[in-house]
Design a binder for this molecule. Structure first.
Ligand code: NAP
Length: 251
């Protein structure tokens, strides 16, 4: 599949590491002009910009933008719009992944989780759609999780917020399809990132055993899925959830 994003502007939240870094690399390699956000890790963000320039000669910019702040998101999107007069793709990837049983979660945990995982998606979608409507074109991809479909113990905040992102995605697909704006989610299973790195080997082994394709996912698995959904190959696909789980969602 040869996907070329030359001349297109792609925004990815949380691109300094993990799945987000993989997404930035995929779109950069496909000749997109990429803007990504990060929260605090300036050195990692600079490294991503550097590697994309070195390896692909790509036009990649990393900006510290806290997705929990609506005004910061507005101002960032406005800057990108003024520089290019277009925003073609937005991938809402940044999230906070808290763990703990329901009664262990404080009010602060809930508001942090809702702010990081849902309000940030609302802010980016709301801003992007305003720019995409006059263009009568756009693709938004919200990174959800298998946990939205199959919540696990200790994932109350995470699963609830990802479930909300799934519902919001469907509503936006319904409301803005007539403007040729497509809105979809990618719901990954366990992906080899810092999150997987903190898991016990035994638990990872169990997950692999219960995954039909017999392995943990990679950031490239998610990157390829996002490229496809953002591309014209997916021009009749909206309001869908693409499960990138190696089949584990069947378990
Ligand atoms: N990893 C998995 O196994 C897995 C499975 C299913 C779904 N997912 C989903 O995939 C996405 C990425 O997960 P990941 O494991 O790659 O995450 P990660 O390694 O924790 O990276 C998170 C990224 O988001 C940025 N970020 C966090 N909060 C932010 C905020 N408020 N504003 C701006 N940027 C912020 C971080 O920036 P800094 O580096 O500056 O902190 C970092 O770039 C998430 O939506 C997650 O729920 C992951």
């Amino acid at each position: 599949m040869n996907i070329d994003f030359s001349g297109k502007v792609v925004i990815i939240t949380g691109g300094s590491r993990g799945i987000g870094r993989g997404l930035v690399r995929h779109f950069a390699r496909s000749h997109a002009t990429v803007y990504f956000t990060y929260l605090s890790n300036e050195d990692l963000a600079a490294a991503v910009v550097h590697e994309c320039k070195e390896q692909y000669g790509a036009d990649v910019t990393g900006r510290r933008v806290d997705g929990r702040s609506g005004p910061d998101v507005e101002s960032f999107m406005d800057t990108v719009w003024k520089a290019h007069n277009r925003i073609d793709v937005v991938v809402n990837n940044a999230a906070w992944i808290p763990r703990g049983l329901f009664l262990q979660m404080s009010g602060q945990d809930w508001s942090e989780g809702i702010s990081a995982n849902l309000n940030s998606v609302i802010a980016f979608c709301s801003s992007a759609i305003k720019y995409m409507i006059p263009a009568k074109s756009g693709s938004i991809i919200n990174i959800s999780s298998r946990s939205a479909l199959h919540p696990g113990r200790g994932q109350a905040v995470y699963s609830a917020t990802k479930g909300a992102v799934e519902s919001l995605t469907k509503v936006l697909a319904l409301e803005y399809g007539s403007y040729n704006i497509r809105v979809n989610t990618i719901a990954p299973g366990l992906i080899e990132t810092d999150v997987a790195g903190t898991m016990q080997t035994e638990l990872k082994k169990k997950i692999v055993e219960r995954t039909p394709l017999g392995r943990i996912g990679t950031v490239d698995d998610v990157g390829s899925a996002a490229l496809f959904l953002a591309s014209d190959y997916a021009s009749y696909i909206t309001g869908t959830q693409l499960l990138v789980t190696g089949g584990r969602h069947l378990d």
